[in-house]
Design a protein around this ligand. Structure first.
Ligand SMILES: CC(C)(COP(=O)(O)OP(=O)(O)OC[C@H]1O[C@@H](n2cnc3c(N)ncnc32)[C@H](O)[C@@H]1OP(=O)(O)O)[C@@H](O)C(=O)NCCC(=O)NCCS
Length: 149
């Protein structure tokens, strides 16, 4: 059943605790102080945005982060930095609403290409992205090196 009572708005600093709780559900246990610092930076940056979904009780039940990416070899594009809907509110159209907010932000910023990367184990998310019009275009390896001074 679609929940018509959910609204999407820009994130505010007062949302930090809820954003952190949802980061945990996304698989990223985070320190609130680190999220607070990064959210302040993001909110002050015109090249990125965070939107939250709020239910009829005023509770934050999801968030999406969208940012402009600039690489030498391609036109600038928008990328989804993260997306999460509270476990008990999934399947009610909230993820789609958050993605629509991200897409509207991209269009306003003249970014007509929107991309995202999703871990291969997130099969439910892949079904979701296809349902809302995204195409799986390539599969990549991710490399990482911890730089120690
Ligand atoms: C992926 C996620 C954000 C989707 O949010 P959601 O609110 O549950 O999705 P919606 O209810 O808006 O679904 C939109 C469409 O996708 C479809 N869909 C979503 N999840 C689905 C699933 N598991 N299986 C089948 N279809 C699915 C819905 O049926 C709906 O289709 P419709 O518009 O034709 O009715 C949410 O499941 C989530 O937070 N997952 C865990 C975190 C995660 O994987 N994030 C993405 C990281 S890349």
């Amino acid at each position: 059943m679609k929940d018509k009572q959910v609204l999407v708005r820009s994130a505010q600093l007062q949302d930090i605790a809820d954003i952190c709780r949802l980061c945990g559900q996304l698989g990223y246990p985070v320190e609130e102080s680190g999220v607070a610092s990064r959210l302040k930076t993001i909110l002050a940056d015109v090249e990125q945005a965070v939107f939250v979904a709020v239910n009829q009780n005023g509770g934050v039940i999801g968030w999406v982060h969208v940012l402009q990416v600039l690489y030498l070899e391609t036109e600038p594009f928008a990328e989804i930095g993260g997306l999460i809907v509270e476990e008990t509110f999934r399947g009610q159209g909230t993820g789609k609403m958050l993605m629509q907010a991200a897409e509207e932000w991209a269009i306003k910023n003249t970014l007509l290409d929107i991309r995202l990367r999703s871990n291969s184990i997130r099969e439910n998310a892949h079904v979701f992205y296809k349902a809302i019009g995204y195409q799986h275009v390539k599969t990549q390896f991710t490399f990482h090196k911890r730089i120690t001074g």
